[in-house]
Ligand binder design. Structure first.
Ligand code: FE2
Length: 146
């Protein structure tokens, strides 16, 4: 899973569905909280599960930026979180390999804030990236699944 962005209701539904299907564990690719929904409940659900997790760019902003400099989606999530939640973010790696050959990253292996499968043109238009540009980003990552 990735980009829960504070949607605790959807996360709860997914977790219940996973439980009913006997699916576990998941991996969590970050951007857990930022948004106007329910960051604290989302944190409680995710921390209870303790899935292999990495932090995303918005999670990083929550522990690196002063709230007065945050964008609105980060600031509202920050206002809902407790120190224990911020400490949990700080404890997470930016990337990690789990289950032997599954590489986890948010964005690309080298940047948590870059698009990988899309190319953003100067005018803001988003288009699919070429296969060559996608493959270049994977160079040096020794994993069967990224
Ligand atoms: Fe992100």
């Amino acid at each position: 899973m990735a980009d829960v962005h504070g949607n605790a209701h959807a996360l709860d539904a997914v977790l219940n569905d996973m439980d009913s299907l006997g699916l576990s564990p998941a991996v969590n690719l970050g951007d857990f909280f930022s948004g106007p929904l329910d960051a604290a409940k989302t944190a409680s659900l995710l921390m209870d599960r303790d899935f292999p997790s990495i932090r995303g760019n918005h999670d990083r902003y929550l522990i690196e930026q002063d709230p007065s400099n945050m964008g609105p989606s980060d600031r509202v999530a920050f206002s809902q979180l407790e120190q224990i939640h911020l400490d949990w973010i700080a404890s997470l790696p930016e990337t990690q390999t789990v289950f032997g050959d599954v590489f986890m990253c948010h964005g690309t292996p080298r940047s948590d804030s870059s698009y990988w499968l899309e190319h953003v043109e100067e005018n803001g238009t988003v288009r699919p990236a070429t296969l060559q540009k996608i493959e270049v980003q994977a160079i040096g990552v020794d994993a069967k699944l990224i």
